[in-house]
Design a protein around this ligand. Structure first.
Ligand SMILES: [Zn+2]
Length: 193
């Protein structure tokens, strides 16, 4: 590989250069550092996702318990009240998206580490799926905005506590994991470790 793309501005640079000739961004490619950081952030994110699901997070007049509900309990209670659209959006935002991101990140980390021969195009697509509209615009931000808007609209309140902090940390750590995973490594020749 003679050339390398700048992750910040997309300019093509010589591999031997240390900084992007257009924007000065560090363009060095360190496979081990990238994999180690991405793995560490992913594991931390998965760990914080556990308390985010165990501690009560949502509170609403429609929920029976005074103490509030965990995310999953909240989804079931909303469904029991026939409130399917809100239940589905909360399910997507707080369960499906985070879990899908964990699985995709783990798959990409393992692909890079063990050099599997799946199509590069597929892997790059999956990577961009995590970021949805490309670098720097992350789906989690939209998810949080939608959730916040929805929650205000439906008079469901978020219980400030360890569960919410754990959820927020999980989102942040997932972003750090996908950012640490250098997508340029996805184009490495297959079978090469
Ligand atoms: Zn650049």
């Amino acid at each position: 590989m003679r050339y390398i793309r700048c992750r910040f501005c997309g300019a093509v640079n010589y591999r031997r250069d240390k900084e992007c000739r257009r924007c000065g961004f560090d363009i060095t490619l360190d496979k081990n550092a990238s994999l180690q950081k991405a793995t560490a952030f992913l594991i931390a994110a998965v760990i914080f996702y556990i308390p985010a699901n165990i501690y009560p997070i949502l509170k609403s007049s429609t929920f029976s318990k005074v103490s509030g509900s965990t995310i999953i309990e909240g989804i079931f209670e909303l469904m029991a009240h026939g409130d399917y659209p809100v239940a589905i959006i909360i399910l997507i935002a707080s369960v499906l998206v985070p879990v899908a991101k964990f699985i995709i990140l783990a798959y990409l980390i393992l692909s890079i580490k063990y050099g599997n021969c799946d199509s590069v195009e597929k892997k790059v697509r999956l990577y961009h799926l995590i970021e949805i509209t490309g670098p720097w615009s992350l789906i989690d931000v939209f998810v949080v905005i939608i959730l916040t808007a929805l929650i205000q609209f439906k008079s469901i309140t978020i219980i400030p506590g360890f569960g919410v902090s754990a959820f927020a940390l999980m989102v942040f750590l997932t972003i750090l994991s996908s950012y640490s995973l250098d997508e340029r490594l996805l184009g490495d020749e297959c079978g090469k470790q």
